[in-house]
Write a protein that binds this ligand. Sequence first.
Ligand code: NAP
Length: 258
Amino acid sequence: MSGRLNGKVTLITGAGSGIGKAITHLFAAEGSSIGLMDIDQSGFNLLTEDIKKIGVEFITVEGDVSNIADCKNAVETCAKTFGKIDILVNSAGVTPRNAPKEWGFEKTWDWVVDVNLKGTVMMSKFASEIMKRNRLGSIVNLSSILGIVGYSEDISSDGFSPYTHSKGGVVQFTRDMAVQFAKDNIRVNALCPGFTYTPQTKRLTDDDEMKKKLESLHPMGRLGKPDEIAKAALFLASDESSFVTGACLPVDGGYTAK
Ligand code: NAP
């Protein structure tokens, strides 16, 4: 099999759903061995059947990225199995929209920031220790358009959304880590997708009126598809972006260009 990630080992969080799942498919098809991590392995069932058909090696690890021991375990298990980690994709993420109704502001804020920001930081911390040994690595973080701009007035937010706080943190973490780790030949970049059809946004896109509103906020007049985000992740993860680090790339149909 010849692919753009031949010989590479990728660890992907949130691999069982949405954007992480699309990235897993594409990276496997491009020849990478894959470590799949997710909080719930049930999302892996069909996915692992697909990966088996593609024929690359893979392992699955259940874990919560907001738990430091789980992050360490996922990185160590992947490194032990494959002998290295070349690429880390931090796709695990949550939105306050999907928090249990009975949670108040503080609990919801902690949850979202812990998963989206702390999880990204912890996974990167452990994976970069492995990458340093080989003086080679590429980390791709999933931020968001909402890590760059505030919520539009057309989408309800009270100005205190932990989603924007966490995704803005991911942007700045990406830049800081990129600067600090350039000397170790570890590149760190982020994707800032616009609204994309995944289980995370299903509640919004199932509502026709909201869907139209969201479409109108993107100059291209539509929402993104997970494989469109995956293709941008492939560019940032692969050697094709060898002189790109600290970049936060909008993949958003023009949302942040307005
Ligand atoms: P998704 O379909 O909900 O997938 C996220 C995956 O992460 C799910 O499998 C989820 O498991 C898992 N996960 C949640 N909490 C976790 C934890 N603590 N530890 C490990 N795994 C965990 O979401 P998506 O839309 O693909 O989003 C992927 C990333 O892109 C997220 O960081 C998201 O914020 C970002 N993003 C999404 C959009 C969009 O419009 N979809 C736009 C911009 C950025 P469960 O399903 O069991 O919770």
